[in-house]
Design a protein around this ligand. Structure first.
Ligand code: ADP
Ligand code: MG
Length: 236
């Protein structure tokens, strides 16, 4: 309706796709469980950011998403909170492998995502493990053995651990490619494609990127099914 139009215009949101749901302009309108709403308020947030407002309702419909928004726009919770809700619905045994897999380009970013997952997922009792290079594998393998609902990983280290057959991705049904443009710039495309081969085709795939060059469009076309695209601001 008119309020959706004006919210999108004010926040420079453009969408493409069939029947894109209207944005959640407040935390109350998300229908998130009360413990999650409490967490976002206690973090000091007063409203969803534009990328959250428009990508949350799409993600909650279990649809694939391409979200294009600049750094600092709140993309992490954009995919993490719908991931938490997906986990509550699916209720897999984390000992059998993760249900939510987030690929991230660097150790530093992967660690930040894990911190956010721990902070906002605590009340939902979710377990999260982080896998990255430049550190011994032993502790990461022990964390995996304890079971993790969510794995946040850099593509190189996850591939090493897959080759050792120390983790199974057969339960993954919510796959996030965060900072897709940076992962491709860093040359991770072959590793990403190998990882995705281990993830069942029946899954939800979410791609978050700050830019939208042709390499990113190509991998999105290969890995996502009929995605809704959400852009914030100008896209280059
Ligand atoms: P991006 O991945 O788009 O670069 P982040 O997810 O890292 O952005 O978020 C940037 C900062 O904004 C983080 O400190 C995060 O905790 C904060 N943030 C996330 N959501 C909100 C919100 N709704 N309101 C205010 N700050 C938020
Ligand atoms: Mg980010």
């Amino acid at each position: 309706g008119a309020s959706t139009e004006s919210y999108r215009r004010r926040h420079e949101i453009t969408v493409t796709g069939d029947d894109v749901p209207q944005p959640f302009t407040s935390f109350e309108s998300t229908g998130f469980p009360p413990e999650i709403i409490r967490e976002v308020y206690s973090a000091g947030f007063s409203a969803p950011t534009p990328i959250q407002a428009q990508s949350w309702p799409v993600a909650l419909q279990s649809r694939d998403i391409v979200a294009i928004a600049k750094t600092g726009s709140g993309k992490t919770l954009g995919y993490l909170i719908p991931g938490f809700i997906h986990l509550k619905r699916i209720r897999n045994n984390p000992q059998m492998g993760p249900t939510v897999l987030v690929l991230s380009p660097t150790r530093e970013l992967a660690t930040q995502i894990q911190d956010e997952a721990v902070k906002f997922g605590r009340s939902s009792r979710l377990s999260c493990t982080c896998l990255y290079g430049g550190a011994p594998k032993g502790p990461q393998l022990r964390d995996l053995d304890r079971g993790a609902d969510i794995v946040v990983a850099t593509p190189g280290r996850l591939n090493d651990i897959l080759e050792m057959r120390r983790v199974s991705l057969r339960q993954v049904s919510y796959l996030v490619l965060d900072e897709a443009d940076r992962m491709l710039d860093m040359g991770f495309e072959p590793q990403i494609r190998k990882i995705v081969k281990e993830v069942p085709a029946r899954r939800q795939t979410l791609m978050y990127t700050a830019t939208w060059p042709k390499e990113v469009r190509k991998i999105a076309a290969d890995l996502l099914v009929n995605p809704v695209q959400v852009n914030i601001g100008n896209v280059d």
